[in-house]
Design a protein around this ligand. Structure first.
Ligand code: SF4
Length: 477
């Protein structure tokens, strides 16, 4: 049985840099953590050289996911939340031209990326996304530390030292929820919505002002990624020559209306004529926009991962511009709290790592999170929200992860549009159903997803060794 940890909405939705939460953001954070540990152990100033070993899935798709770049940025001490992404090339170019790296922006060490970052095909036993940081010190001694990127930007060490603290925090939650049935029971006994229950739990971790400000920051990044993506044309980096499509879609849908910022854009969209086709296109445009930003190493919110970052913003935006023109930040807050909780149920009962569960763990989970959260905004009962989440995941079961050339582009970008549309459909079906008559509870679909994940061969778990990744010839792209 998985251990019961406190998972906050801010763990499930975190601001980061694309293209992959487990292969970019996770290694970035692991490098930061390693440097911090060297400091804590008073070994930082003693470092004379270092190498980084990437293993398994992290190595197989690491190039396409910019794992090497992320590791170097982490070693330099940059924060993925605030680092100006336009400076990435400049920083990496400095390392490659000078053959040295400034550890934590303080200590210069020799560093040749091609030699000092080693891509190993071998898998470490603990998790498919393993990495080891190796340091040599002035006195000739050496030390190696391994980290594992377990999905959604989370990083752990094998011994999971944080486990005890997380379990203690979990025990302090007013509503310690392990699964969907417990969540539903708390909603019923307390006569509260899912977001109200989650808010109470969050308040045991941080102040209400911190929660509101944190969620506001998250929404600002989500909105910005939709806006930037919908207004940037061209070809995505990486060599597949994938054309950015959100730009053209937005242009065709918005027509001659003028606007100057994201808020005005929302108003402009509200004034466009929308029939079913336009709704489909708008939702797709929002989702594509985020994932095009993600694919170009832009700033997005992992929701619950980078590859699936477009689903949750796109469905919220759908609510704002189509369903409720008066929607405000209060709605956003409810939506994000509910989405975060549903995501945490999957993390506790299954996985949100494509390296463990394929794409059902990414797009499937994000669609499930969005469906339940939208359902609450649309007036659904907590049971209907959980039913919506269940429906969305049920129809993503078995979805494999097979990105062409290891890039988070094909099938990933379109898949976000599909996940968003399925979420809206799942919500509508749940709103028109009696959850008491549902045959498949959310917890059963979570368990099924986990069993399916275990049965799936590693070819379909973020290794680019199967599926589209081998059927489609990269030179044809
Ligand atoms: S196929 Fe799915 S899980 Fe795999 S990288 Fe793309 S979005 Fe992520």
């Amino acid at each position: 049985m998985k251990f019961m940890e406190s998972i906050s909405v801010f763990d499930m939705l975190s601001i980061g840099v694309g293209p992959s939460s487990s292969h970019t953001l996770g290694p970035w954070r692991a490098a930061l953590r390693w440097v911090e540990e060297l400091k804590d152990d008073n070994k930082f100033d003693e470092v004379v050289s270092l190498t980084v070993d990437l293993y398994g899935s992290l190595s197989l798709t690491g190039k396409g996911h910019a794992t090497d770049i992320a590791v170097m940025l982490g070693l330099m001490g940059f924060d993925p939340v605030t680092f100006p992404i336009e400076n990435i090339n400049k920083e990496i170019d400095f390392i490659t031209s000078e053959n040295k790296l400034k550890l934590n922006n303080e200590l210069e060490v020799p560093f040749v990326p091609k030699e000092n970052i080693i891509f190993n095909r071998k898998f470490l036993e603990f998790h498919p996304n393993g990495m080891t940081f190796n340091a040599s010190f002035k006195d000739g001694s050496k030390e190696s530390t391994s980290f594992y990127s377990i999905g959604g930007g989370f990083t752990v060490k094998e011994e999971r030292k944080q486990e005890k603290a997380k379990m203690e925090k979990f025990a302090q939650f007013p509503f310690p929820i392990q699964n969907g049935a417990e969540l539903a029971a708390y909603c019923k006994s307390e006569n509260k919505s899912i977001s109200e229950i989650v808010l109470e739990n969050e308040k045991s971790l941080r102040s209400e002002a911190e929660i509101t400000n944190g969620l506001k920051e998250i929404w600002d990044v989500m909105l910005d990624s939709m806006y930037v993506g919908a207004h940037t044309e061209g070809i995505l980096p990486g060599g597949l020559n994938v054309t950015r499509r959100a730009f053209e879609m937005n242009k065709n849908l918005i027509g001659d209306t003028t606007y100057n910022n994201a808020e005005e854009w929302i108003d402009a969209i509200r004034n466009t004529e929308v029939k079913f086709r336009q709704i489909l296109k708008w939702v797709s445009c929002f989702a594509l926009a985020v994932n095009e930003v993600n694919a170009s190493l832009g700033r997005v919110v992992t929701a619950p991962t980078n590859g699936s970052a477009g689903v949750i913003p796109a469905v919220m935006m759908y609510y704002m511009v189509i369903e409720n023109h008066d929607a405000n930040f209060e709605d956003v807050q409810k939506y994000l709290l509910t989405a975060g909780e549903i995501g945490s149920l999957f993390k506790k009962g299954a996985t949100i790592s494509a390296a463990l569960g394929g794409c059902q763990a990414e797009i499937g989970v994000s669609s499930s999170m969005a469906a339940g959260a939208l359902c609450e905004l649309m007036g659904g009962t907590p049971d209907q929200c959980l039913m919506a989440s269940e429906i969305a995941m049920e129809h993503h079961l078995g979805l494999t992860c097979d990105p062409i050339a290891g890039l988070v582009q094909i099938p990933c970008i379109e898949r976000n549009a599909m996940g968003a549309i399925k979420a809206i459909n799942a919500c509508e079906m749940a709103l028109n159903s009696d959850p008491a008559k549902a045959k498949v509870p959310l917890d059963k679909v979570i368990a099924t997803m986990w069993e399916t994940a275990k049965d799936m061969t590693s070819k379909y778990k973020e290794t680019s060794e199967g599926g589209l990744a081998v059927q489609v010839n990269v030179s044809d792209c």
